[in-house]
Design a binder for this molecule. Structure first.
Ligand code: FAQ
Length: 343
């Protein structure tokens, strides 16, 4: 940090602030504009930033925040669908759902590993989830009331997640970008099975059609919300875009999601629960106002199933303690055997 000599102006001694204090917020103490310029030049050149590379502290902090939130979302996201495994109507639907829920666990694993490459430990991340210091996606605080909800989650929630994650697959951090490529290909199957199920029900018996429409009525707005607040209310987008983590804004991704899904839902014979929905001259489907009060209440646990979801995760964490202990004991024994063999 550069120390500046005090100046005397009009008989008063003015101690100028050190240069560091006038640096923009994304430059942390101890970092220099030159380091940032070199880092940003790498990003502009399309380089991937890898775990051992120099990176701004704020880049690391933002990635840990976002990737761990994403991992928590995958793990909590297993709960609403997992409840239906034992109630699936056919063996085919049951095996598909089991595979999907298992995939979500795998996605959680890849993502926790990606965050670990930045120095976060699994224990810290889980503690942050269970004590509400870290968020997870609002969408998983809604209940799955009927079997059709399983299909609607696949079509809409995986559909929204894919739009967001396809963008993140191009992000500047290597481990996150690579995890996204793999996750997106698996999510594509999830999306297809959800769409296939809902299209079949929308053209099925009156009861199946009613279930499909009811599921759309309940999941449409939460799916539109899950892509994050409007750009004007998104404090993280600026720095995430600057550093090539977010390549599109929340509203841009939301528009892509709406443009793809509205015509398909209408073609399936379903009705959007949005009287304002219309297509403009540019061909974009324009939605009505989003209820952001509900969104924030659901995130804070003041509405929806947030408390229940966290209690379920806490119980699973407690019940899994013996597995973690056993794995640790096994790893310790392997290490001891290896060092004895080396002696
Ligand atoms: N829920 O400044 P921004 C899935 C928070 S995976 C809760 O715009 P950012 C797979 C945000 O964290 C779904 N909180 O934030 C699956 C921030 O709070 P903070 C999850 C939300 O990061 C399918 C504050 O609001 N995907 O579904 C939400 O620039 C089916 C201000 O917001 C990811 O996590 C929300 N919906 O943009 C699994 C993808 N939205 O942290 C099972 C990675 C915003 O400062 C079944 N994440 N917030 O305290 C992202 O792309 C971004 O983090 C956004 C938010 C786009 C979610």
């Amino acid at each position: 940090m550069t120390q500046v000599q005090p100046q005397t102006i009009a008989g008063q001694t003015i101690q100028e602030q050190p240069v560091q204090a006038t640096l923009p917020k994304h430059i942390s103490p101890g970092e220099t504009p030159e380091q940032h310029a070199a880092f940003e030049a790498r990003i502009a050149a399309g380089d991937k930033i890898e775990p051992g590379d120099w990176m701004p502290a704020e880049y690391r902090r933002q990635l840990i925040r976002m990737i761990s939130q994403h991992a928590h979302s995958e793990v909590v996201g297993m709960l609403p669908e997992g409840e239906w495994i034992s109630q699936a109507p056919t063996l085919k639907r049951k095996t598909i759902l089991m595979a999907k829920v298992q995939d979500e666990a795998g996605h959680g694993q890849y993502l926790y590993h990606a965050a670990e490459t930045l120095g976060a430990t699994r224990e810290e991340m889980l503690e942050a989830l269970l004590t509400r210091k870290a968020k997870y996606s609002s969408i998983f605080n809604y209940p799955t009331l009927t079997w059709a909800d399983v299909g609607m989650i696949g079509w809409l929630v995986d559909g929204a997640a894919i739009k967001n994650q396809t963008m993140l697959a191009g992000c500047s951090y290597g481990p996150y970008s690579r995890a996204m490529v793999r996750i997106c290909s698996e999510e594509t199957f999830h999306h297809k099975q959800g769409k296939e199920m809902i299209v079949a029900y929308a053209q099925g018996t009156p009861e199946q059609r009613r279930m499909a429409q009811d599921a759309l009525d309940r999941w449409w707005w939460p799916a539109v919300q899950m892509l994050g607040p409007h750009d004007s209310d998104s404090p993280n987008t600026g720095v995430l875009s600057r550093w090539g983590i977010k390549l599109k804004s929340n509203d841009e991704v939301r528009q892509e999601f709406v443009n793809e899904h509205v015509p398909e839902l209408l073609e399936a014979g379903l009705t959007l629960p949005d009287p304002d929905m219309h297509q403009n001259e540019q061909g974009n489907w324009i939605h009505g106002p989003i209820n952001w009060d509900e969104f924030w209440a659901v995130i804070k646990g003041e509405a929806g199933l947030g408390n229940e979801r966290l209690a379920t995760r806490q119980a699973a964490h407690d019940e899994g303690a013996w597995v973690r202990d056993a794995l640790q004991a096994y790893a310790d024994r392997q290490r001891r055997s290896a060092s004895e063999a080396a002696d």
